[in-house]
Design a protein around this ligand. Structure first.
Ligand SMILES: Nc1ncnc2c1ncn2[C@@H]1O[C@H](COP(=O)(O)OP(=O)(O)OP(=O)(O)O)[C@@H](O)[C@H]1O
Ligand SMILES: [Mg+2]
Length: 238
């Protein structure tokens, strides 16, 4: 197997006296979907925030394509190509769908072909094209999640980070979102997906990690973990 595109070693994060992440190692490989699954409070979001430089690391290193991201400011991490989909969808509700997408490209140095990129996003999410001139605040929860993903894609990431994109959405919309993630990945994008929806996440993941109380307790391919009895007992209700 080739060298990892992004490698986390010995990551620890504390909130005061709470040890949220207790020394984890993980790797993302280029062109793969990697997932980190676990229960409430296991440390999933904290791990993502540490990759994005949004919480202080007590220890550990994040290497991305030969660069050390560990001490970089969040905006420099974004411009280096590691882009997190905004949490809780956080679209700018008083701007239009199109304006939200344009803002996604704001951090980029190259300006690229904005119109063609916008068409790519609208191809992934046709419902956004229908609503291009409407306010983001009028979109449904699922549509806002799509817009948040579209906006992150406008930053031309090399690695896309997602924190529970399925949260709070109806099952049929969740299917849609996961199908689109698979399509984006097939087009070549490396994805790191944090999820409580363990079954769906493992189904689309090449590589998977299970986190419990701040530690990685299992890892393997998505398929291996789907059929792992411990995973089935603890997370798949079977
Ligand atoms: N800002 C904070 N201040 C103090 N403790 C926090 C803070 N954020 C998270 N924690 C604690 O850190 C631990 C890990 O939380 P984290 O949000 O990373 O878990 P998670 O796996 O994302 O959970 P969820 O599935 O609920 O989103 C939990 O014990 C949580 O209570
Ligand atoms: Mg979380």
């Amino acid at each position: 197997m080739s060298a990892p595109l992004l490698q986390v070693t010995g990551l620890k994060v504390n909130y005061g006296h709470i040890e949220a992440v207790k020394g984890i190692d993980l790797e993302l490989h280029e062109g793969q979907i990697t997932t980190l699954v676990g229960a409430n409070g296991a440390g999933k979001s904290t791990t993502l925030l540490a990759l994005s430089g949004l919480v202080k690391k007590a220890a550990g290193r994040v290497m991305f394509d030969g660069k050390d991201l560990s001490k970089m400011a969040p905006h420099n991490i974004v411009s280096s190509g590691v882009v997190q989909v905004a949490e809780g969808r956080a679209t700018l509700t008083t701007l239009t769908v199109q304006e939200n997408l344009e803002l996604g490209a704001y951090s980029r140095r190259d300006k690229g072909n904005r119109a063609a990129e916008m068409e790519y996003i609208y191809g992934l999410f046709p419902v956004l094209k229908d609503r291009a001139d409407g306010l983001a605040g009028n979109l449904s929860g699922g549509e806002q999640q799509m817009l948040a993903i579209g906006r992150a894609l406008m930053a031309k990431p090399r690695v896309l980070l997602l924190d529970e994109p399925s949260m709070g959405l109806a099952p049929i919309i969740v299917q849609d979102i996961f199908r689109t993630l698979r399509d984006i990945n097939r087009a070549g994008l490396t994805i790191f997906l944090v999820e409580q929806n363990v079954r769906q996440a493992l189904k689309i993941a090449g590589r998977a990690y299970v986190i419990e109380t701040g530690k990685i307790v299992l890892s393997g391919t998505g398929q291996e973990l789907l059929v792992n009895p411990k995973v089935q007992d603890a997370y798949l209700g079977s």
